[in-house]
Design a binder for this molecule. Structure first.
Ligand code: 5GP
Ligand code: MG
Ligand code: MG
Length: 182
């Protein structure tokens, strides 16, 4: 599996260190507020697990699964809910946990949804931000790493459902895409 990676952009050590830093920040911000931490499946799973174990105050965890229509390496704009929350959002301090913000379409949809459901506050924590990809005006409140506009895999991020279990974030060798497409 590792020989299919061209370049590692964020190492496992850097991710672990960053999760501790963000966990500390969230502990200070949310202490006593019992936030509702919402992980966006599937990509946010490793990050959510690592970062929330570094938050030292009570919180609730819930999950949503959404998909933007169409597969491949680009997001199409329309968002569909595959799995909705179990928890009620009204009056809660919502903390969206995401793997990556690219166009911003997925997150802008979710932020609007949670505001419509009367959250007391909505904040976004993302492991990766690719600001060059943005097509809607949205900013994450907490960003782990700002990265260039490349298609990334690893640590939750997939290509064709593979590579989510890599412990680092990297870029695939171009021949991996061309093998699939031919
Ligand atoms: P957005 O709606 O901000 O364009 O991106 C939403 C989703 O597109 C992300 O949650 C992720 O699933 C996918 N995505 C965006 N950029 C990348 C990337 O570089 N690599 C992978 N594997 N998925 C990405
Ligand atoms: Mg995601
Ligand atoms: Mg994907």
């Amino acid at each position: 599996m590792h020989q299919e990676i061209e370049e590692v952009l964020v190492t496992e050590e850097e991710i672990i260190e960053k999760c501790a830093e963000i966990g500390k920040q969230l502990t200070e911000e949310y202490d006593g507020k019992f936030p509702l931490a919402i992980g966006v499946l599937k990509g946010a799973m490793p990050f959510m697990s690592d970062v929330l174990r570094r938050v030292d105050t009570h919180l609730e965890m819930d999950f949503m699964a959404v998909s933007s229509y169409g597969g491949g390496t680009r997001s199409s704009g329309e968002v569909k809910i595959i799995k909705d929350l179990d928890a009620k959002v009204e009056g809660r301090h919502v903390l969206i946990i995401e793997d990556i913000i690219d166009s911003g379409l997925t997150l802008s949809y979710l932020v609007d949804l949670f505001k419509y459901r009367k959250a007391a506050s909505v904040k976004i924590v993302t492991l990766i931000d690719k600001p060059e990809g943005r097509t809607v005006d949205i900013k994450a409140d907490v960003v782990g790493f700002e990265l260039p506009n490349k298609f990334l895999v690893g640590y939750g991020l997939d290509y064709d459902e593979k590579y989510r279990n890599l412990p680092y974030i990297g870029v695939l060798k171009p021949e991996i895409y061309s093998e699939q497409e031919s």
